[in-house]
Design a protein around this ligand. Structure first.
Ligand SMILES: Cc1cc2nc3c(=O)[nH]c(=O)nc-3n(C[C@H](O)[C@H](O)[C@H](O)COP(=O)(O)O)c2cc1C
Length: 185
């Protein structure tokens, strides 16, 4: 499998670090990483992970300004794209086809090629503009998967909550992840 992962400047960059760590374990999955400038800034603000550590988790890394990169073209075949976390700015750019950087361009390519696009938007509260952008994308088949915590599985640590969200994202691609607890009566 070949999956594009993007990190944008919404809070919750740690989810993406854990997702990349999980995918690094899978030898049959290539990850193509694009981090926005504000995604990099939030990595620094919110975590102790270095950019170098996070980039080394990926198979290939692209600059968000490089609109000539592989993922900018539909002829570069992928199994889909995950944006985690997805800022309202990037969400808006995708919803309006404003492909001004490699992240929104790749998302637009993913949509036009009919591939799986999973957005994990994060903002609170959500304005009607945010909700309309999400609804617009949901109606054309984009998976809107906000990183909301679940409590039905009795999380004991922050890691349990993060892992649960990582599992929900990976479920969209049918990728197994054993570090999270599923609902079971
Ligand atoms: C610490 C911090 C937290 C932020 N959290 C959010 C957020 O949760 N959601 C959001 O839409 N924007 C958030 N922002 C604002 C975005 O970073 C900003 O809109 C930026 O332009 C997004 O650009 P990007 O989508 O290219 O990363 C945050 C910014 C900072 C510095």
């Amino acid at each position: 499998m070949k999956i594009v992962i993007s990190i944008t400047g919404a809070t919750g960059v740690i989810y993406a670090v854990k997702l990349l760590e999980a995918l690094k374990e899978k030898t049959d999955i290539e990850t193509h990483l694009i981090i926005s400038d504000w995604g990099k800034k939030n990595l620094e603000i919110e975590t102790d992970y270095s950019l170098d550590y996070v980039e080394k988790l990926a198979s290939k890394v692209y600059d968000q300004r490089d609109l000539g990169a592989n993922t900018s073209s539909g002829s570069f075949i992928t199994d889909g794209m995950i944006i985690l976390p997805c800022s309202m700015k990037t969400l808006s750019s995708i919803a309006n086809g404003y492909d001004d950087n490699l992240i929104s361009r790749t998302a637009g390519v993913t949509i036009k090629e009919g591939r799986k696009l999973v957005l994990c938007p994060r903002e609170s509260p959500l304005s009607p503009i945010h909700l309309e952008n999400m609804l617009k994308l949901s109606r054309i088949g984009v998976c809107i998967l906000p990183p909301f915590p679940a409590f039905y599985n009795n999380p004991q640590t922050l890691e349990d909550i993060i892992n649960h969200n990582v599992m929900k994202v990976l479920d969209q691609f049918g990728i197994s992840f054993d570090s999270a607890k599923r609902w079971s009566k």
